[in-house]
Design a protein around this ligand. Structure first.
Ligand SMILES: Cc1cc2nc3c(=O)[nH]c(=O)nc-3n(C[C@H](O)[C@H](O)[C@H](O)COP(=O)(O)O)c2cc1C
Length: 309
């Protein structure tokens, strides 16, 4: 069973992916956060994130979000021009700005629109497509109407995050609903959602032995060793994790601080990682990191927290 790194806007960008892969490893394939075509353009930041020269991981799948074949076209052109032969289509994003444009999980209530995207997928012989989705936007049965459309399309995998769009990340994942989807989907299925520990991975694998893989999101941000723990069949000690996090953090500092031109931007880029990282570290130490007002204080607080972990 493979381990996939989930796309997370603002977190799993090229710098994080490259360093995660070289420092921790254990991930078979990384997915980029979604690229979108809006106001007749693709943001230059998103283009940089998929450019080959900025990516060193051995397997990377660019993800796109679109509500129509017309919106897909420019994104596929860019990805094709960069030499990728894989694309993931986002039908799971619950950000309201995307969903109200019938993109991401917002498209799940519109089988005709999903069908139009799948027709485009069938036409495009140069690229292999996958889909990442939720059960539905507001009903956990919406996927049933989409199943024949998805089953007929030449997809190489479908990742299911068994929640509804309207739930965002509230309520627990519906693993029984996932089980029904898993039985009906004829493509290789990847499970995604709330996997935080090695034993969570093992439980999912035990219940769904034919899974193509599991996709780790916030669990991998919290414990970047989670994928390699699965590969090595052992949990890492706190000390091992702290040493590797320090190595990754130092390299992120080297790569991001000159590029982001200044301390404020660096701090606003780095602090959100600590919202997820090592949830069991001492509260007051995490708080100190998040409250740091200068780069010197931030680095000192990170140092203290990692030394004590
Ligand atoms: C901050 C944030 C950004 C996300 N960005 C994306 C994205 O770009 N594309 C996508 O398909 N899902 C995105 N997701 C959803 C995750 O990929 C994943 O499906 C979700 O977090 C559930 O998995 P987890 O419990 O392992 O985190 C995002 C989630 C969060 C919290």
């Amino acid at each position: 069973m493979k381990i996939y790194s989930a796309p997370l806007q603002g977190y799993t960008e090229a710098v994080w992916r490259n360093l995660h892969s070289s420092v921790f490893g254990g991930v078979d394939t990384y997915y980029t956060p979604f690229l979108r075509y809006e106001r007749n353009e693709i943001r230059s930041k998103d283009i940089r994130d998929v450019e080959r020269k900025n990516n060193t991981v051995s397997s990377l799948v660019p993800q796109i979000i679109a509500s129509s074949p017309e919106e897909m076209q420019p994104l596929l052109q860019l990805i094709g021009a960069e030499g990728y032969n894989r694309v993931d289509i986002n039908m799971g994003c619950s950000f309201i700005l995307q969903a109200k444009r019938k993109r991401g999980a917002g498209i799940l209530s519109y089988p005709d629109m999903v069908s139009a995207l799948m027709q485009e997928v069938s036409k495009n012989k140069d690229i292999k497509f996958s889909v990442k989705m939720r059960l539905g936007w507001e009903s956990k049965d919406e996927w049933r109407e989409l199943m024949p459309i998805l089953n007929d399309a030449p997809l190489c995998s479908v990742t299911m995050h068994p929640r509804l769009g309207v739930e965002q990340y509230k309520k627990s994942v519906d693993v029984d609903a996932f089980a029904e989807f898993y039985n009906e989907c004829k493509h290789p299925v990847i499970y995604n959602g709330d996997i935080l520990t090695l034993s969570n991975i093992k439980q999912i694998k035990e219940r769904f032995p034919d899974l193509e893989g599991v996709m780790l999101g916030r669990g991998l941000l919290a414990n970047p060793a989670l994928a390699v723990e699965y590969k090595e069949e052992r949990e890492f000690t706190n000390q091992e994790k702290a040493t590797l996090i320090r190595a990754m953090h130092d390299k992120m500092y080297e790569e991001l601080s000159p590029r982001l031109l200044g301390n404020t931007q660096f701090l606003s880029k780095m602090k959100p990682y600590w919202e997820y990282l090592l949830p069991d570290m001492l509260k007051k130490e995490k708080k100190a990191i998040l409250k740091s007002s200068t780069i010197e204080k931030y680095m000192m607080n990170v140092n203290i927290a990692l030394s004590n972990y």
